[in-house]
Design a protein around this ligand. Structure first.
Ligand code: PLP
Length: 374
């Protein structure tokens, strides 16, 4: 059997990783400023992570949600404390799409409504509901194409009153669009969404799968706008590579037995991974670090020739380059040995571990200058 061929691959096989360094099987070392797509939050193979995951696996790796898994409650309490949402509840999933899927369902259950408002260039995942609210027709199969979803302009203040009504179950938005090219939702836009959702009873879902978990320099990027969503969805950095996602749910949305469910969500290993991530984020002050190093990189980038715009917050950075981004990304990878992400035709995306330091930042800045000068 062959693999179902959906991923265009680089001819690189990574066999080892430590912090923000990865090695391929030929022994070539690379700097990882992509974090495997915003997933590596505390650094590859962090010693505490390896130790506690190994211990957990030696004890018990998995059992279903029919018994007590105390790591779940530990995670809910810790996540509430670190994020500032102690009065919310937590439903655990396995991925970003699954988190969004469940948030949309909860909004619909809660309001008894069907309609959802999403925004231009949004990406929310590839499962049925998540892809239906994603603004990319090429990945929406006919079975997922529904008249329940409408798209409004991202960051547009006009049209919210007509677009979000008493028929709207949910409004779903990224605090900083990732796949859409690192577009930051303005504070005024998020505040206007909160206000319109309050007026209509629509549930406001902040998809924080990519921009959450400290990457922006706040635990959730919407915290810059001072709003409280009805739900936040997470995944990616939550488990530092072990699949886990979650929905943080405001107290007015009630749980009942059987309302939601999953086989793997919240298993022993996943909860250990997520608990270690939060411990390390706090012990190593990684949110403060993301803010400090992110600000430094963004400031330095603005003085480099060949860059037309720098967007983002903390360590979620979009760099608009004059050259085609594919050329820049390939030169960074194959000549400078640095992994970065990209979006569209001209945006380079940095999504590194939240633990990178100024030395790593300087190495990247020097390499980018070299690449853009050629
Ligand atoms: C904002 C956002 N939401 C949802 C997802 C989907 O997450 P997953 O691939 O874990 O299903 C992604 C993935 O890139 C994302 O960036």
């Amino acid at each position: 059997m062959n693999l179902f061929n959906v991923y265009p691959l680089y001819d690189i096989e990574l066999v080892k990783a430590k912090g923000s360094t990865v090695w391929d099987k030929k022994g070539q070392e690379y700097l990882d400023l992509y974090g495997g797509h915003a997933v590596i939050s505390i650094g590859h193979s962090h010693p505490t992570y390896v130790k506690r995951m190994t211990e957990q696996l030696n004890n018990i790796g998995f059992y279903s949600n029919s018994i007590i898994i105390s790591g779940q409650q530990e995670l809910a309490e810790k996540l509430g404390r670190v994020s500032g949402y102690e009065d919310y509840t937590l439903f655990l999933t396995n991925s970003g799409a699954e988190s969004n899927e469940n948030a949309l369902k909860l909004a619909s259950f809660h309001t008894g409504r069907k309609k959802v408002v999403a925004f231009s260039k949004a990406f929310h995942g590839r499962t049925a509901g998540a892809v239906a609210v994603t603004d990319n027709p090429s990945i929406v199969a006919p079975i997922n194409d529904t008249s329940h979803v409408s798209f409004l302009p991202f960051n547009g203040l006009e049209g919210l009153e007509a677009g979000i009504t008493e028929e709207t179950a949910a409004v779903i938005v990224e605090g900083i669009q990732g796949v859409g090219g690192i577009q930051v939702a303005s504070d005024a836009f998020l505040q206007a969404l909160r206000k319109r959702c309050d007026e209509t009873g629509a549930q406001l879902i902040l998809d924080s799968v990519q921009c959450g978990y400290g990457r922006s320099g706040q635990f959730f990027s919407h915290q810059f706008a001072g709003i409280h969503p009805d739900m936040m969805t997470t995944a990616k950095g939550m488990g530092n590579g072990f699949p886990i996602g979650g929905v943080l749910i405001a107290p007015h949305i009630q749980a009942s037995y059987g309302l939601l469910g999953t086989t793997f969500g919240g298993n022993h290993l996943a909860c250990t991974a997520a608990n270690v991530v939060l411990d390390v984020i706090q012990e190593e002050k990684l949110i403060e670090n993301a803010s400090k190093v992110g600000d430094y990189i963004q400031k330095e980038l603005k003085g480099i020739n060949g860059i037309t715009e720098v967007r983002g917050r903390g360590l979620m950075i979009g760099i608009e380059v004059e050259q085609p981004v594919g050329t820049v990304r390939d030169a960074l990878l194959f000549k400078e040995h640095i992994f970065c992400g990209y979006s569209g035709k001209h945006t380079l995306r940095l999504l590194p571990s939240l633990a990178i330091d100024q030395k790593i930042a300087d190495q990247f800045l020097q390499s980018l200058k070299t690449v853009l000068a050629n």
